[in-house]
Design a protein around this ligand. Sequence first.
Ligand code: AMP
Length: 116
Amino acid sequence: MSSIFAKIIAREIPADIVYEDELVLAFRDIAPQAPVHILLIPKREIATANDTGPVDEAALGRLVRVAAKIAASEGIAEDGYRLIINCNEHGGQEVFHLHMHLLGGRHLGPMLARRQ
Ligand code: AMP
């Protein structure tokens, strides 16, 4: 079954799209956790990082390069930002169409919450 992100690719539901090419799409997260919070997705439906194959290498490489370009256009490249791909339950993945979060615009703190 298609995820909500497939519907965004197909323009069946609205999104604030900031970039598109033949391999990837980028749009603003609907519930931003930082001043800049953009999701980058491959157009091919890949459920999780576990489901990637050789055919996906171009799109996965493109995600990082496009994220860096968007970071520059958003004015956060020099201060820095974070790229995150969550996978399955322990990674906290909620939408099962592989996506990379681009987060920035403030100091993001430690990468993971410290265990007590
Ligand atoms: P993850 O937990 O890595 O699967 O992240 C899923 C992300 O998708 C969350 O940050 C959500 O806020 C975001 N999200 C869910 N639905 C939409 C939508 N329709 N448009 C934009 N972002 C969405």
